[in-house]
Design a protein around this ligand. Structure first.
Ligand SMILES: [Zn+2]
Ligand SMILES: [Zn+2]
Length: 241
């Protein structure tokens, strides 16, 4: 007999929590196993094995910096993106962002965590914020959801008030490269009162799902650098080539 007071909204969660934790479907091929991805699907992901140390652009093996970063060093001290933004990573990210597949977030967060673990803990983790209006439409910020396993591992705060988005920018993927580079300019600001409250910061990891041209992250890095933060790291799940 169902207890009516539970309300139907609780059922998906309840049913999920009653499933044995040891059995689940691979998020990509649906084969039954114990992890979010089966070993084959994990192996076949488009790993961004060799990339620019400063902007995570995929590079041939052996190259440390891309031509652009070598010519004009960016504000961030490092960038890590474990995956290239290709199938099926684009599918997992789009599922999280546009189709409420929140179960993809712990997987993407764990893949990112595995890649950045060796860097050690920054002072705080800064998920790239959504504009309030988009946050209200979507109901969650995918960058924040991806960052949760990293905050747990590093035992560092997930900072959601320091960086504010001033206006909604057009979705990056719908714009051509020149427009994408222009698009985020002036889109963010640092909350000065929050910054003062946090005290001196040495290192900040900026976390996002996808890095395209890097213009959004570059603007954030500029703001953080002007606030005196020396070690700015980009931690993103996937990088477009
Ligand atoms: Zn699989
Ligand atoms: Zn680079």
């Amino acid at each position: 007999m169902v207890n009516a007071r539970l309300g139907t909204g609780l059922w998906p969660h309840l049913v999920h929590s009653l499933k044995p934790a040891s059995r689940r479907h691979c998020l990509l091929c649906e084969s039954i196993g114990q992890e979010a991805l089966c070993a084959d699907c994990l192996h076949d992901l488009p790993w961004n094995a060799h990339h620019c140390q400063r902007c995570a652009l995929p590079l041939p093996a052996g190259a440390g910096l891309c031509a652009r970063c070598a010519e004009q060093p960016p504000r961030q001290s490092s960038a890590i993106a474990p995956l290239r933004y290709e199938f099926p990573v684009d599918h997992l990210v789009a599922g999280l962002k546009y189709h409420r597949h929140l179960e993809n977030a712990p997987l993407l967060g764990q893949l990112l965590l595995d890649a950045v673990k060796a860097q050690g803990a920054p002072d705080l983790l800064l998920p790239v914020p959504l504009h309030d209006q988009r946050l209200a439409e979507r109901g969650y910020n995918q960058a924040l959801e991806i960052a949760r396993p990293l905050a747990r591992h590093f035992q560092r705060p997930l900072e959601v008030r320091l960086l504010e988005r001033k206006r909604a920018t057009a979705a990056q993927m719908t714009l051509d490269a020149a427009s994408r580079a222009r698009n985020p300019r002036g889109a963010f600001r640092l909350n000065a009162a929050r910054l003062a409250r946090l005290g001196p910061l040495h290192s900040v990891a900026v976390i996002d799902d996808v890095m395209t041209t890097g213009a959004t992250l570059a603007e954030i890095a500029g703001l953080l650098a002007s606030a005196g933060i020396a070690d700015i790291r980009f931690w993103v799940v996937a990088r477009t080539p």
